[in-house]
Unconditional design. Sequence first.
Length: 281
Amino acid sequence: MTTKQVRSIFLSDIHLGTKACQAEHLLEFLKEYSSEYVFLLGDIVDIWSMKRGGVYWSPAQNTFVQKMLRRSRHGEKVIFIPGNHDEAMREYVGSAFGDVKVAHEHIHTAADGRKYLLIHGDEFDQVTLHHKWVAMLGDFAYDILVNLNVYLSWLRRTLKINGYWSLAGYAKRQIKTAVNFIFDFEDSVIRHVRDRGLDGVICGHIHWPMIKKIDGLTYINCGDWVDSCTAIVEHLDGSMELIYWKGSIESSLTHGIDNISEHVTGSDNHPQNNDQLTHAK
């Protein structure tokens, strides 16, 4: 089987250990792409949910873990940056599991010379930082929506309705407070990137896939493998692309940095979503 060669793959918010994890779709995606680097940007394992509601560990989730270990053994550089849901793994920053390195953050130099800060992003979420009980309550409510979505997905398959639809993602788009939180998060991250003299950031945390310019800097969010089934790939020339996985390269949608408009911090014209999507080539 021929795979598409890219330089880097960026994944976040996979939430292994939960029923909501779309591990089967993630494995489909990984079968199609080979890379020099794989960056796992936090909430890869959902320790919060496992402590609260028990462990769900499917064969596909186990296969994903083994695939990452195997890729690292075969020469791919795999770096894991823990998030808030797998924050217990931050105790192992500086060490490695097999050949998978654990880091607090990472500066990635793309093939075109641009430097990106790689983080999970929870350090820019004021709720998670200062009101953890509120974050956990919100996480519990989010889990309810995600679990309901399991039954909705079954109903859609029974009725032969194609495609994956997320109830949690729909609710997030409809609630103005959630949308405003997302924009505040993006602006906070970009201010930090500017202070450090970098060209952009690649993160996760908020389950809101995005690639755009903010005040001349590049903001990229990987999205997740619960609601969105999205990933970021860096091509061999250093260009970045957001992929909405739909089961195959041909049917998947992509969003590149070349077809996005500039956003100025503080303006009211926040883009509501990635509105210029193309089919993957």
